[in-house]
Design a protein around this ligand. Structure first.
Ligand SMILES: [Zn+2]
Length: 87
């Protein structure tokens, strides 16, 4: 596959694959809680493929958010994804 330098790519936190930014959803962690990225602080990305596999991403999330509650993370994640699709 040819490399396209003009397209910014970001790494998915879960599968570590590089994807074009448009195929990724951006999140951040605030005090151990998952939040949509709002332009401040550290952020991370998850790709559309990983977002279909709860078990895969929860591990990445727990690592990134340094603990917290699994169910809470998943609920928040679904909320953020739904919002993202609406806009
Ligand atoms: Zn991924």
């Amino acid at each position: 596959m040819a490399k396209k330098f003009h397209q910014p790519t970001r790494m998915c936190l879960s599968c570590r694959e590089r994807e074009q930014q448009c195929n990724l959803i951006r999140f951040r962690c605030v005090d151990g809680e998952l939040a949509p990225f709002d332009g401040v602080g550290r952020s991370f990305y998850l790709c559309q493929n990983c977002l279909k596999e709860d078990k895969k991403i929860i591990r990445a999330l727990m690592r990134q958010c340094r603990g917290g509650d699994k169910d809470k993370h998943m609920n928040k994640l679904k909320e953020i994804i739904t919002d993202d699709r609406k806009s």
